[in-house]
Design a protein around this ligand. Structure first.
Ligand SMILES: [Zn+2]
Length: 166
């Protein structure tokens, strides 16, 4: 199991300097710590969890994205009780996102409606951003949430992104 905090800190709940800094400077939250503890606890019962790579959670209004490594979604969904436990412990609905090298795939998963195209737009001088196109109808549906979606995608993929309707 790989967690964003060291095992000792997760077990004891008392954070070393390095883990403390993660909370204070790297945007990790109490939810990351909470989920680390929950996963560790659950791994006693569900041994498949020993193979999971847990990166972090991103807090949305009424749910959280749980960001895991490749294969992590399969592990979390291998037994329905795992997600149930996690949702109870975080008091939030959970969506699982696998962090992969395929950023386009991640962007597609993080936009809650169907994307018609995800393209990279280049500026002179080497700057670029990603443009995701969605249907007008879908755009209207998610419009209020777009700043938050964009923020989450940028945090997770390191990509500047705009979402537009066609
Ligand atoms: Zn630590």
């Amino acid at each position: 199991m790989k967690l964003p905090f060291c095992l000792f800190c997760v077990k004891s709940g008392v954070l070393c300097l390095k883990c403390q800094e993660k909370l204070e400077k790297e945007g990790f939250s109490e939810l990351d710590l909470k989920l680390s503890q929950t996963l560790l606890e659950l791994s006693k019962k569900f041994s498949s969890l020993n193979d999971i790579v847990f990166h972090r959670v991103l807090n949305e209004n009424n749910h959280v994205y749980v960001i895991v490594g490749k294969g992590g979604a399969n592990i979390l969904f291998s037994d329905r009780r795992i997600i149930k436990h996690i949702e109870r412990s975080l008091k939030k609905k959970v969506k699982v996102i696998e962090k992969t090298d395929d950023k386009t795939q991640m962007i597609r998963e993080l936009i809650p409606v169907k994307t018609l195209g995800i393209n990279r737009v280049y500026y002179p001088g080497g700057l670029s951003f990603v443009k995701a196109i969605v249907k007008k109808k879908d755009y209207d549906k998610i419009e209020r949430k777009i700043p938050k979606i964009v923020e989450i995608i940028e945090k997770l993929t390191g990509q500047k992104i705009v979402i537009e309707s066609m």
